[in-house]
Design a protein around this ligand. Sequence first.
Ligand SMILES: Nc1ncnc2c1ncn2[C@@H]1O[C@H](COP(=O)(O)OP(=O)(O)OP(=O)(O)O)[C@@H](O)[C@H]1O
Ligand SMILES: CC(=O)N[C@H]1[C@@H]2OC[C@@H](O2)[C@@H](O)[C@@H]1O[C@H](C)C(=O)O
Length: 373
Amino acid sequence: MVGRIAKTGMVTAAGAMSGTSLDGVDVAVLRTDGERIDSFGRSAYRAYTQAERETIAAGFGQWSGEAVERAAEVVDAAHAEILAEFSDVDVIGFHGQTLAHAPRTHGTLQVGDGAALADAVGVPVVWDYRSADVSLGGEGAPLAPFFHHACARHIGAEAPLAFLNLGGVGNLTWVDPRIARPETEGALLAFDTGPANAPINDLMQARLGEPFDKGGALARRGTVETGALELFLAEPYFARMPPKSLDRNDFAEMIGLVGELSDADAAATLTAMSAAGVTEAMSHCPTPPDRVLVTGGGRLNPVLMEMLRVALDCPVVPIEDVGLDGDMLEAQAFGYLAVRVARGMPTSCASTTGVRAAVGGGTLSHPRAASAT
Ligand SMILES: Nc1ncnc2c1ncn2[C@@H]1O[C@H](COP(=O)(O)OP(=O)(O)OP(=O)(O)O)[C@@H](O)[C@H]1O
Ligand SMILES: CC(=O)N[C@H]1[C@@H]2OC[C@@H](O2)[C@@H](O)[C@@H]1O[C@H](C)C(=O)O
């Protein structure tokens, strides 16, 4: 039936992700049955303009009101534009844009209207991935771990390994690929490691009017201020047992810790903080992973990568080393999860978000014209 998703077999999904660093929208296609990855397909990127970025950023940390509505309009329009080129897929996974995330108190907010997007593109859309998990007591994040598990099996990994996403916020997934189902106890442990690029970007913007520290060039010229690093590591977040998750700006005050330092020393110290969050995280892994596969923009920062290599006891490599796409992994994840949601399969469990029982989070919206047939 037009606009319906086959109940079995491989389907083609496009995932769309707008991450916390607000560079733009990533879209990536894959073929999957919601369990196994068959193949990866084409991808596309739609950058936000500076004006769009500012409109979305004005909504950060807010739960409702005009700034949130304006941000949602920008997110909807950008996604409708880029996804118009993907109307040939069976299902779209639409993450939306996280504006605020406080699972224990307020909940979690990803703006973007998946029902309207389904109508606009003419393809079923899975969206609002995090709310169900939060309403059942989970953190609502991270959600990529079930996909990381599928990736580990796809690349033929035979021993526990870790996926590290270094976006605005960092998140780590420890995977035992020998366990067939991600929701089985012992297959996964996942949580946010701490800030990754967000404080570095904020520093660069505030001090130099640049969006990020390209190639870690500024940090490379600086010296790490160990006093500030120690204060950072005293944050109770690091001692907390996982699962745990963060909002983009939860560590925004870190900029204050480096306020008196030169630009280069401040950049070096914030970069060291990101690496230290990951080092702390490794101590929570059930067994030492045999390697860490790094995804997200932070893998392109050689200073951050060097700090991780010095601190960790196993190889730390960009995820391209195993043939995966570090720019598109999150978009692929939400395409993969869309198929799972459409087929009633779980997308998170106690060891990824802390939710009591495995849950399939996400709303499936069919294009209205198609569902009327
Ligand atoms: N060449 C580079 N050198 C240094 N840093 C880089 C480079 N390229 C990207 N980055 C950093 O990576 C960031 C983008 O990372 P990414 O696209 O993974 O974030 P995101 O997906 O928006 O975040 P999240 O995963 O938290 O939602 C940039 O804002 C920048 O800080
Ligand atoms: C609430 C939210 O949007 N969290 C994001 C953010 O960006 C990285 C980290 O914090 C992770 O928890 C999550 O994104 C990835 C894609 C995830 O859910 O796996």
